[in-house]
Design a binder for this molecule. Sequence first.
Ligand SMILES: NC(=O)c1ccc[n+]([C@@H]2O[C@H](COP(=O)([O-])OP(=O)(O)OC[C@H]3O[C@@H](n4cnc5c(N)ncnc54)[C@H](O)[C@@H]3O)[C@@H](O)[C@H]2O)c1
Length: 467
Amino acid sequence: MSEPKEITRRDATKIAAGATAAVITGAPWIQKVKAANNQIQMAIIGTGGRGQYHIQHINGLDGGRLVAACDIFPTNLDKAVGISKDKPKGYKDYREILNRNDVDAVMIATPLYTHFPITRDALLAGKHVFCEKSLVHKPEEVHALKKLVTERPKQVMQVGLQRRYSRFYQTARQMVDKGLLGDVTNVYAQWHRNLINVPSNTWTMKKNDPRGEDGNWRLLSKFSGGLVAELGSHQMDIADWMFGSHFDTVSGVGGIDYFKDGRDVFDSVQLIFRYPKGQRLLASYISTNQHCALFGGTRAQFGEMIMGTEGTIHITVGTDEEPALGIWYREPAKKNPAPGTAKAAVASASLASTGKGAKALPILLSKDEVTDQDSFVQKELKFARRWLYSKGVMVPEEDRNPVDQQLIEFWDCCRSGAKPKADLEIGLSDSIAVILSNLCMKEDRKIKRAEIETMGNPDAKAPAKKA
Ligand SMILES: NC(=O)c1ccc[n+]([C@@H]2O[C@H](COP(=O)([O-])OP(=O)(O)OC[C@H]3O[C@@H](n4cnc5c(N)ncnc54)[C@H](O)[C@@H]3O)[C@@H](O)[C@H]2O)c1
């Protein structure tokens, strides 16, 4: 990477500050409000934590408006109606929303066990559907939803796997495609939280919740896939994306080791997925410590590490407080001294003993790439930003939160009929990974992905009888 030595840090800061201002004033999301009839009329079903988060984001976007909201819990419904700038009509029963002809699309942000029945009813009512991850809960729902969506090619089915809409992750995938990481052999994923020191959270059993089991749905396996569904699903999808295939087998260890509060989902999980070319995803979900060794320990809880023969990427999405991050490390350059020579002995000895680290390089987004079309000033601004990134003074930032980007693209798909990036196939593959992970830990055995084909599938051929 070239560093423009003639620019001092002070100059660069001034220039890059100007560049930031330029980016903001020219931001693509500041658009003129489109005519109301070009907007997708949305209904949201499930207005708890995630539903309200989406409403706040919809408030700042153009291209869709909320005409209806539904929740069985009046407190959450009232909050949702109150925070939406569109003043949607509130409903207790989602089926009333599905009867409305003026609703084009529904967003489903309810607990996992309700995703399939609500998605099914919405599709049958002719609506486009955006459903939060993890898409479905049971094997039979994988097969039934595949059939339903395939029979309705004009209806959009998108899943809330927002990393697919992140410029950082898209850039990482391009780096994989261009061979910058060599052969990608391993992905490490972690999502670790400390629920012991942070007791006020949605992951410890609340005995006094007025909704009883409904208020603790994440902790009960009849409603939820636990840590693997709620956290791991995002990362299992990333491994599939970076490897460009689905896993062959999964094995793992799960336990209810620290939170004996009546839950029946694991509070601690380690999984190993093996992919067709021998690649591995190693994934860890714990509830007693939040340290993250990625990004030099500057971020906690979650992130993924994509490892190849030529390099490694540390990557994570942003939160409301922190930016997305992507850092690239190169492997030592290939050395091919003739075997048996003194040089070869030195090379192998140093490889074995030093374990020298590599310089951290920021992942550059396309807006930071210098092109022939750039003016002299644009080139200078880009070099300045890149120099600051490489010094750790600034970090590259996405133009838009992927949560917004996924919604904008969903609405575009509803208008154009295009296939979403996080489509049915991606959503179902992700659910298969979640379902089989939980099963392999419950049954304490290695599970082949192919087993899903016969699980809960009414169309599966019965195994041939032994003569
Ligand atoms: N993509 C992401 O990063 C992300 C982040 C958080 C949550 N989620 C997903 O969003 C979904 C909801 O999670 P949450 O944290 O908002 O849970 P939550 O418990 O805070 O909210 C769920 C809401 O759904 C309501 N509900 C339950 N059954 C209903 C029904 N039949 N009709 C209408 N409303 C119903 C509940 O009353 C509750 O208000 C989950 O699938 C979760 O995995 C995704």
